[in-house]
Ligand binder design. Structure first.
Ligand code: COA
Length: 596
């Protein structure tokens, strides 16, 4: 736990020394350090999470404003998991920087660490990604300048920020889909089933009635709660929400609850000085060792109707003296709406686990094949593309050999071997992307793809294939792979196209006799437009036991099958480019790759 704190997934890299001899520092980086005083703490002497959220929001806002050069507002904050509590007398260090600017919005990365001054120790408390939006001017929406990543870590964050944005903008949709399927499930099981009624009675025997955990509190927004534009600080609203959620959680367990995580916050509308903010919280469901509290903030002025500002879901635990989570009392939901919230909390728990273990998992800890299902599709797609982007952003690739303008690079680290094959083709990037997207055509240039069939069209950017490859040894079994292919078009000019591949498991396609089931942890293409008719094509692969035999002879210099595969690939692209003349350009609409 002790030691220097590093942002998630970032790797050690040497300092970047600028031409003037100065060490490079990100121009948007803002740091805040605070000693935790009793006035910032709860009655247990721990920093209140509300106070921490205020500091995080202000630091991130200053970073966003430094980039934007104008006033910015908090639009959303992604899931936050708190790894440790912070005590009075300890120092909180917060670092924020803009990872990427889009049109009027920016992603700001925030890292919070705690420092014990007397023991000279430092540890990570949490990290977060917040989206800030430059306030509209009379001329309309602000167009922000682009962020130029300078270091490897900045390049990675820049690239993956586009993936996180894609996910957060459809987050509400994913949750709604899941909730509607979970409530449909609940409704199907609801009809007067006497066994179910009895078991429900038993289930809720001795349970705490949910209404006992209901909290309502009002706050008047005063000038100290607002920024210079008289808008209420997002951090202040989050702090008030955390306050009522904590009271609600305490009412369930009659003990001091510890906030473990907050699901994505989305500020739906602004609040201003003079607003009355009504904050409501209730325990939606108590699982064995954790509970979900739902909290909502609404605003009004005078006789105006209430405006919805924010809804959040917070997960609390109650820790014993050894900091282990205690078993919690069960909750008895209120009828109708309470039961709906109870069911929805179960669905959200699944989403939360998917998000935590698929998204936040370090690439080195990702299990090879992850079970795929429609509810985790979004996160697996994110994981697939971001793993490839991270691999591509590494700057320690070693050129192993070169032949006919095809270069083979390797990267060996922590017992993992990765390789990259790179070449240029005189074909437009969009056409290369469309032709390579359909893995069913790969056999036309890659002898390793003996057979390939689509087994699931997950969504318009993701398809699952079953691929059969030849046996690696004479007389051995052929191999098959279940691959999730995730496609992305450029988010901005200068961005590559991506086709990411990773193994997943599907219950309907178990390993079968006669085939060795191979696995791919991270592979795929980046396709970069160099000019209108020149494209850099790069293929990446993090070698797994199933893949290694195909490439080790190439890497050792004993064969050159990769060069010939790439030469065939170039010939395939050249031969077929005219068949795509009708493909609309990215600017003129979304081409449908499957139909091409
Ligand atoms: N998460 C992240 N970004 C979001 C978002 C969300 N949930 N909802 C919208 N955005 C982004 C959009 O993608 C867009 O980005 P871009 O310009 O880079 O493409 C940007 O916000 C503006 O979107 P737009 O469609 O022009 O406006 P909108 O009507 O969706 O409004 C807000 C977005 C954030 C401006 C609006 O919801 C708001 O004012 N919220 C309150 C913000 C606030 O006051 N916060 C402080 C605490 S009260």
């Amino acid at each position: 736990m002790a030691g220097e704190v590093r942002p998630p997934e970032l790797l050690d890299e040497p300092e970047l020394i600028l031409e003037d001899g100065e060490v490079y520092r990100n121009p948007t980086e803002v740091k805040m350090s605070q000693i935790v005083l009793p006035c910032h703490a709860n009655h247990c002497g721990e920093l209140s999470v509300g106070q921490l959220l205020k500091w995080m929001d202000s630091t991130a806002c200053l970073s966003a404003e430094r980039h934007a050069g104008c006033s910015c507002i908090t639009a959303s904050v992604d899931d936050i998991h708190f790894e440790h509590t912070i005590g009075v007398g300890q120092v909180v260090n917060i670092k924020a920087k803009v990872n990427r600017a889009f049109t009027s919005s920016m992603e700001v990365g925030i890292v919070v660490s705690c420092e014990d001054l007397y023991r000279n120790r430092q540890w990570k408390v949490c990290h977060a990604f917040a989206t800030f939006v430059a306030r509209r001017t009379e001329a309309g929406k602000v167009q922000l300048k682009q962020v130029i990543p300078r270091t490897q870590a900045e390049q990675m964050e820049y690239s993956i920020a586009a993936e996180r944005r894609r996910m957060r903008l459809i987050h509400a949709e994913i949750i709604n889909d899941l909730l509607s399927s979970s409530s449909a499930h609940a409704v199907v099981r609801t009809p007067m089933d006497p066994h179910r009624a009895v078991s429900e009675c038993l289930q809720f025997e001795d349970a705490v009635p949910a209404e006992r955990t209901r909290v309502e509190s009002v706050e008047l927004v005063l000038p100290p709660h607002a920024n210079h534009q008289v808008s209420t600080f997002g951090g202040q609203i989050m702090a008030w929400m955390e306050n009522v959620a904590t009271i609600s959680a305490s009412r369930l367990c009659n003990a001091h609850p510890t906030l473990r995580s907050i699901d994505m916050f989305h500020f739906r509308g602004p609040s201003h000085i003079g607003d009355r903010l009504v904050l409501k919280a209730i325990v939606n469901n108590a699982f064995k060792k954790s509970m979900e509290v739902g909290v909502c903030a609404e605003a009004y002025q005078g006789g105006e109707p209430l405006r919805h500002i924010n809804t959040a879901f917070m997960t609390f635990e109650v820790l014993d003296q050894d900091k282990k989570p205690q078993t919690l009392p069960r909750i008895r939901p209120e009828p109708v709406d309470g039961k709906r919230r109870f069911q929805e909390a179960i669905a959200r728990k699944k989403v939360r686990l998917d998000r935590k273990y698929i998204i936040s998992c370090k690439q080195s800890e990702v299990p090879l094949s992850v079970p795929w299902d429609p509810s985790n599709q979004m996160y697996l797609s994110y994981n697939n593309v971001s793993a490839l982007k991270m691999l591509a952003a590494r700057n320690n690739w070693v050129l192993t050999s070169e032949k006919n303008k095809v270069s083979l690079y390797t990267l060996e680290e922590n017992h993992v071997l990765c390789f990259k094959v790179e070449t240029h083709v005189a074909i437009a990037a969009e056409q290369v992307f469309v032709l390579l997207c359909d893995l069913r055509r790969r056999h036309e240039w890659d002898p390793h793809y003996k057979e390939c069939e689509v087994i699931n069209h997950a969504d318009e950017d993701d398809t699952i294939y079953r691929v059969v490859t030849p046996s690696v040894s004479k007389g051995g079994k052929v191999q098959d792979f279940i691959l999730l292919a995730s496609r992305r078009r450029p988010c901005d000019s200068g961005d590559p196209y991506w086709i990411a591949l990773r193994s997943v498991t599907l219950p309907a396609f178990p390993p079968t006799e006669g085939y060795n089931r191979g696995e791919v942890v991270c592979a795929g293409f980046s396709i970069t437009e160099e000019d209108r008719c020149l494209t850099k094509l790069s293929y990446y692969n993090q070698a797994t036991p199933g893949v290694l035999p195909y490439i080790s002879t190439d890497i050792a210099g004993l064969s050159s099958s990769f060069y010939s595969a790439f030469a065939s690939c170039s010939a395939f692209l050249e031969e077929n480019k005219d068949s795509l003349a009708a493909v609309p350009s990215a600017a003129s609409g979304e081409p449908h790759w499957e139909t091409v």
